[in-house]
Design a protein around this ligand. Structure first.
Ligand code: GLU
Length: 310
């Protein structure tokens, strides 16, 4: 089989999505995020042959927002004793079919979030992390920096403060879960860590590099350092596949066919196990809160390469 020329494919995708006008708006419910230039587009692929392929604004850092939920889960798995027993009794692994910040299911499911990639689930994972760290913010930042071999990755204080000042729904979610006994620390301590984690600034290149271990059965590439086991890597990818895009997880799976995770900063990360990891950034979001052009770019990637996990 002829090797795939990812660079040529990325350039075609870039041209195509730059030309197309998609309905979408930059997130503004966190005021600081509304300041981003909506024209930005970047894509970066890292493959398991050591290849790096990139187009556009792939070296510009942006707010990763919910993409961090995957890294929070991974950090909790690596950090906490009996992590999987602790996590999966307090958070489930079913798609929610509801928006990322929905409160509805939590009430009738007694404070147990459907999965770790909706806000409620990530808040429980954050609670678990806060309990097992002396200084969760610093330890988590070092963990992400080591995953992408880059100490420039940092929190954006202005974004974290902006969300802190306006995160009323997250406050409602965490208080509701606290009332059901599923939050063990003071709510402000957990929210503070969660907002800080969501404010992480990373480039497409850094994100693709960070997520490459999930394409490599839980081992970093090229160092082959074990981050999670093969089975844990499979599970994390499975939850991304079914729950990574809120109430658009089915649509992403249908159109793209890869495990992935989006964030309201306009980023999407996807993983092709055994092949590559890819990160895309385009800030305008569709009605479900996912990057409109980012979804299209990844759809074109699996169409043009003729490869997905299915
Ligand atoms: N920090 C955001 C929030 O909690 C993340 C949402 C997202 O990226 O989907 O609302």
């Amino acid at each position: 089989m002829k090797p795939i020329d990812y660079q040529v494919i990325l350039e075609e995708i870039h041209q195509s999505i730059q030309r197309q006008a998609f309905a979408g708006e930059v997130a503004s419910y966190i005021p600081e995020l509304a300041k981003v230039n909506p024209q930005k587009i970047g894509i970066h692929i890292c493959d398991l042959q050591g290849g790096h392929y990139a187009v556009g604004d792939s070296n510009e850092a942006f707010s990763v927002q919910s993409i961090v939920k995957v890294l929070l889960l991974v950090f909790a798995i690596t950090k906490v004793d009996y992590a999987e027993e602790v996590i999966w009794t307090r958070v489930h692994v079913e798609p929610s079919g509801t928006p990322f910040n929905s409160l509805v299911q939590l009430e009738y499911e007694q404070g147990i979030p459907r999965n770790p990639f909706i806000n409620a689930g990530a808040l429980v994972v954050s609670d678990i992390i806060v309990r097992s760290c002396q200084d969760a913010k610093t330890e988590f930042l070092h963990f992400v920096q080591s995953l992408c071999s880059n100490t420039r990755v940092h929190y954006n204080e202005a974004v974290a403060q902006s969300e802190k000042a306006t995160g009323f729904r997250n406050r409602a979610l965490i208080n509701l879960m606290k009332s059901f006994g599923n939050i063990h620390n003071p709510v402000d301590k957990v929210l503070d860590f969660y907002f800080q984690a969501c404010s992480l600034m990373m480039t497409c290149r850094e994100l693709a590099q960070t997520f490459l271990f999930l394409a490599n059965q839980g081992h970093t590439y090229p160092e082959q350092q074990v981050i999670v086991t093969k089975s844990q890597s499979k599970r994390i990818n499975a939850v991304m596949q079914t729950c990574g895009f809120y109430d658009e997880a089915g649509e992403f799976s249908f159109r793209v066919g890869l495990p992935g995770k989006s964030g309201v900063g306009g980023g999407i990360v996807a993983v092709h196990p055994g092949q590559y990891s890819v990160a895309v950034w385009s800030p305008p979001l569709n009605k479900k809160g996912n990057s409109a052009k980012g979804m299209r770019a990844l759809e074109l990637l699996t169409t043009k390469t003729g490869l997905s996990i299915f």
